[in-house]
Design a protein around this ligand. Structure first.
Ligand SMILES: [Cu+2]
Length: 75
């Protein structure tokens, strides 16, 4: 299991956080109850199973929603 933190471009409204959170929770391999997005800091955090999904795939899903990822860290 890995932990990811992503810094997104500044989110302009709270519904963006819900949209991203919903998308994350639909991805196979992400531990649903660890997925959290802070509207104030535009940060996304979640744990994931690297055997089921790669960080690139998660990034792709977020970008597809129209949000840029400024920084992404996995540990
Ligand atoms: Cu929005």
């Amino acid at each position: 299991m890995k932990s990811a933190t992503m810094q997104l471009e500044t989110l302009v409204c709270p519904s963006c956080t819900l949209k991203i959170e919903g998308a994350l929770k639909n991805l196979e391999g992400i531990v649903k109850d660890t997925a959290q997005i802070s509207f104030n800091t535009s940060k996304v955090k979640f744990d994931f199973d690297e055997d089921k999904i790669s960080i690139e795939e998660v990034e792709g899903a977020i970008k597809k929603l129209g949000f840029d990822i400024l920084k992404s860290r996995v540990k």
